[in-house]
Structure formats: C-alpha cells, structure tokens
Design a protein around this ligand. Sequence first.
Ligand SMILES: [Zn+2]
Length: 482
Amino acid sequence: MTITLYDTLTQTKKPFSPVQAGKVTLYACGVTVYDLCHIGHAMQAIIYDVIRRYLEFRGFEVIYVRNYTDVDDKIIQRAQERGMHPLDLSAEMIQACESDLDLLEVQPATHSPKVSEFMPQITQMIETLIQNGHAYAASGDVYFRVRSFGRYGCLSNRRCEDLQAGSRVEVNPLKEDPMDFALWKSAKPGEVSWSSPWGEGRPGWHIECSAMAVALLGETFDIHGGGKDLIFPHHENEIAQSECATGKPFANYWIHNGLLTVDGRKMSKSLNNFLTIRDAVAKYHPHTIRYAILSHQYGTNIDFSEKVFYDAYQRLIYLYTLLAKLQELEDQFPDVERQAPAPEDAEWVEKFRQAMDDDFNSAAAFGVLSAGCKAFNDLLAQSGKLKNRAPQLLWLGRHIREYLGIFGLAPGEPKTKLAEINQYLIRSKGLDVAWVEDQIAERQALRQNKKYEEADQVRQRLIERGVLVMDTPNGTTWQVQP
Ligand SMILES: [Zn+2]
C-alpha cells in the first residue's frame, strides 16, 4: 500500500516515492516572529506534526525542517516601537512560540533554522544566481530576473503575461522588469544588516527558504509544505530561485494546508482577527484544539467557531471514556493476550491506514475510528463473562489508542485528561464545582430516602446547567456537557 499526496505543482494525487528509500525530507515554511503566535499558526504546526508522526508510524525516518523568519520588515518595525534590537525581539518570540507549541504537544522539528544563522548560505545562493544570469545587482539590492526562468508560474498556474497585466504599478527604477523580486535588500540607515558582496543589507523573504532547505535537506528533497496563501508568490519564487541555482528539481511534492478563517477571512495579525495560542489554550483544552483541526482534511479551510471546539469536546469525552474503560480492562486482566475480533469488527484497522495513506485524510480516518469505537463499545455492552471478551476488547482498544497517538491524542492517564476537560467545561459554563457536588449529594440523600421525584428534580436542575449525572456500579459521576 502506498501513500498518495495531492501535489499542487501537478494538481494530481501522486504516489509517494522518496528520494532516499525509508527516509522523508520535509520542509514547511514557519513563522515570521514579531509577535505571539496565533492559532492559525498552531493549525499549520499541528498539521505538519501529524504528517510527520504518520510517516514515522509508516516506518520512515523523517527529517522535518520548520524555519523561523527572524529578519523581516515587520520585526524591524516592531523592535523599533519596543526600543529593542530586532534579533532580541525575534529570539523572545521564538522562545514564546516554542513554549506555546509545546502546550499543544507539537513535537519540535528536526531542525528549526533561523534566517540570521544562514547568511553565508543565502549570500552564496544569490552569488550563484548572479553568476548564471538569473539575478542582477542594482545599487546594493539584488533582484531575481523572473523571465529568465521559463517555468515561472508553474506552481500557481499563472503565466508571465497575465502576471504582468495584473501586477500593480510599482515604481522601482532599479528593477529591469516589474515582476522581478528582491533577493537582497540594501540596508536603510540604522537597520540591522549583514555584510555581502553588494554591501550591507539583508535577504529578501523568499531566498531564505530556498537556501535553508537546500542546506539542510539537499538540492532535491521530498515534500515542501506551507499554507495555501504561500503558493504565490512565495513558493513560486522558491522554485524559481532554487532550480535556477542548482539546476535540479527543488521539491518533488508540494502540499498546501488550508487556513483558519474568521467569518471567511484568513486569521492574521494584520487583520487583527486572531486569537493567540496562549488565549486559545486558556479557553480550550489543548487536545480539543488538536481534534478540532485534525477533524478536517488538512487542505480545507476551517472557519473558527465555538461549535468546532465544542464538537471536539464531545468527541474527546467519548474517546477518552473509551480509553479509560480500556485501562480498567488492562488492570483487571493483566495477563490476557489480545486477540483479533470477528473480521467485520477488525476491518476498520486497515481502513484507517487507507484513509491516512490517501493524502493524510485525518477527517476520514476519524470517521473510520468511530467504527472501531462502536465495535469496542458494542462488545463491552454484551452480556456474559467479561473475561471471555477481554482479548478482543484489548485488541480493539489498543488499536484505537495507537491510532489516536498518531494525532498526538494519546492521553496518558485518560481519566486525568477527562478531569482536565471537565475543568475547562466547568470554567466555560461558569459553574461552581462545590455547588454541583452539593446538588449531587442532595440527590443521593433524596434517593436513599426514596424521594425519587424530588431527586429527579435535582437531576433536571443539573441538566439545565449542562451537567450530566451518571449512575454507575461504582457510584454517581458527573460530566459537563459541551
Ligand atoms: Zn518559505
């Protein structure tokens, strides 16, 4: 069974075949660090985190590069406002970003290069481009000669003629052609800068990814990813620069994730419609954020709404309740070997892999997982000796747990995670735990005195506040409904 990927460049689903057998080289464009990361950034980080985890699950060694743009106009401007050095600001924001992503259990990339640490590679690539006629220096700037790359527009499916007709009139007498873009920008007075053969300056945005990807993954590597909003011009320019510099294909597969939108518009700092990861994690359990994002196929946009998160709460409560039952079974029957159930209850395991192999379709994979959960719960609910069903239950439950782990949803102690989720919901509903406990105790007392009608009124009162009361053989528990 092969993995297939939707490749933006060829606009087809292509079977995945890595440059080097057993190894995957993956590059995803990271964040420009001038402020705290928002959950749009988290969405992208979580998507590539899961793609990486799944490839590892499928037996590949994955070299994953996710860069930080720490040299940029916005950083310089923000640093000026805050009266600090741009690199101090970006270092502070990188640290914040890493600890925020850690809250969301995003695994660190294999390499997280910063532009400021790759200046020799960047200037080297620009020099090569000048030498072979694809770039030219002009008054301390260097521009890429777009028309020198015959395939320009191949990724975004645009033609130079259309680009030119549609391009805004830009007054820049240094450019030979308005379509040309900057590889190197000369420093304005007082700006942070690096020495180069063209004078003091700093790189343009696009060249950094080309230089860092080639340096860390090789001239041709497997998968290049990023948000859909980066297809043009950023990724188009990356292809042009890299292929003109190396004479080789750059990335073999181009994948693009959807964006987080608010009322149909991209969540972004510039539109000021964002929620920082910190604020999001204060409001929603981190696993809820992961689930909400991963319950969509990575290429689709997600419109931000409370509903997306509350659906996720509902599913996680269901899944972690199942895992808590699995754990009880494991404690109860420590020596029982797991054993495959009836074929119709086992086929979802293969289907899960098929769904993920099909362009990492996590949305479909969650659907398949539901079939496994139903098989587990149905088997658990059957009458007869539990011990006889334990081997099959363990088989089903452990597959479910393993697959959830691919999504970073392995909860450790499921009961602890359920309690955490409950705490979030209690807070979101403004409930007072002591009040809930009092009500539960009052109901218990009424029931013991056979005052069932009044006990039911208490239960009704709790339901109205979103609290579900469950009577189990081990006593009464309660759960807040999302
Ligand atoms: Zn990039």
